[in-house]
Write a protein that binds this ligand. Structure first.
Ligand code: PLP
Length: 356
């Protein structure tokens, strides 16, 4: 059988959740499990995350998957509802809403009695310069005061545009957040994603919202998961399905982009962009076999890649790590001109999934 396999290490996931708790001992943890737990498979991840205080997802469908698996923790819909007709479902499943524009506030107020009776918090989003979602600093105070006066329990929420880097906008965002937090006190507060959890220990407040760190990938370009003391949760593998010897001047794959300078041995591996392995590399890429780095040569095809095994002993069936504890997904991503987040999320459903 064709082997392209995603292994999910639940102990690593638990380890990483505990890292969040060590770093942010006073805060509650909202584990971000949007996009099918960053491509790890929500079903396979929830058990390992059962010690989390809450979950965060991007839409109703994702929240309902969690409820169908019988997890009762609070769930925040980080973009809120998209239409009024979602409100009864929100209430039926005890979901918490972000509100980021006035229409959402109106929809919420239309259901205020049921929402408040269920003790659901409402997350009011400040747009402090990310300029995707949220109320501007000039508008948000009135929104919060109105909701508070109606009896809603509000969480002031914000998202950093540059938590992973040094950037002048960070201080400006923090200043806006602290100003509103003070003006609307007492109010719950939340502004830290993974990068900010590491970087701003003083801004953890009531809820932290880790995503990528739970899965053992790095939010930073210049700090890898070992520096951060995190464990990769996913190990993505395939196997060697053919061996080829070629001579100097011969090429491999579509476009004949790689031309051998000397005689070499190629192994063909059962992985391609049809599995979610990326194609458009901007720098040399490699895989790991038995702890050794092995270069990928030529173009990635839908179902196959070629690797240079001239100097190592391999056989048909030898396992190849595409990313995981040895070949970090963040390093594959950077050779591909992207970030680990994207590669994890865009796996296809062709690889088999296994829990370890
Ligand atoms: C996705 C998301 C997070 C988690 O971000 P990471 O960088 O993966 O830690 C936190 N907060 C919000 C609002 C998000 O959308």
């Amino acid at each position: 059988m064709r082997q392209a396999t995603v292994y999910i290490d639940r102990q690593a996931l638990q380890y990483n959740l505990n890292r969040v708790k060590q770093l942010a001992p006073q805060a509650k943890v909202v584990s971000m499990v949007k996009a099918n737990a960053y491509g790890h498979g929500i079903k396979d991840c929830l058990d390992a995350l059962k010690q989390t205080d809450a979950f965060g997802v991007a839409c109703l469908q994702e929240a309902l998957e969690i409820r169908e698996l019988d997890f009762e923790q609070p769930i925040t819909l980080i973009e809120g509802v998209f239409s009024l007709d979602e409100m009864p479902i929100v209430l039926a499943h005890n979901l918490e809403l972000v509100v980021h524009h006035q229409q959402q506030v109106d929809w919420l107020i239309a259901h205020q009695d049921a929402y408040i009776a269920k003790n659901l918090k409402v997350w009011v989003k400040l747009n402090s310069g990310m300029n995707r979602l949220g109320f501007k600093i000039t508008e948000i105070k009135a929104v919060i005061k109105q909701l508070q006066a109606l009896g809603f329990n509000c969480v002031l929420a914000m998202h950093f545009a540059n938590a992973d880097a040094e950037h002048a906008l960070n201080d400006a965002q923090i200043a806006q957040f602290l100003e509103i937090k003070q003006d609307c006190a007492p109010i719950l507060a939340s502004c830290c994603n993974s990068a900010a959890i590491y970087k701003y220990l003083e801004l953890h407040f009531d809820y932290v919202r880790p995503g990528i760190m739970l899965y053992g990938a790095s939010p930073f370009a210049d700090r890898d998961v070992h520096d951060l003391d995190l464990k990769p949760v996913m190990r993505f593998t395939a196997e060697i399905i053919a061996l080829n010897s070629i001579q100097a001047g011969e090429s491999v794959g579509y476009g004949s982009t790689f031309i051998a300078e000397q005689a070499m041995t190629l192994a063909i591996v059962s992985i391609g962009y049809g599995d979610g392995y990326p194609r458009a590399f901007v720098a040399p890429n490699s895989v790991v076999i038995d702890g050794q780095f092995v270069a990928v040569v030529g173009r990635v095809a839908m179902d196959m890649i070629a690797i240079d095994v001239t100097n190592i002993k391999v056989d048909l069936g030898t396992e190849v790590e595409l990313w995981g504890p040895n070949r970090l997904v963040d390093d594959v991503a950077s050779a591909n001109g992207t970030i680990g987040y994207e590669l994890l999320c865009r796996l296809s459903n062709r690889p088999k999934r296994k829990i370890v």
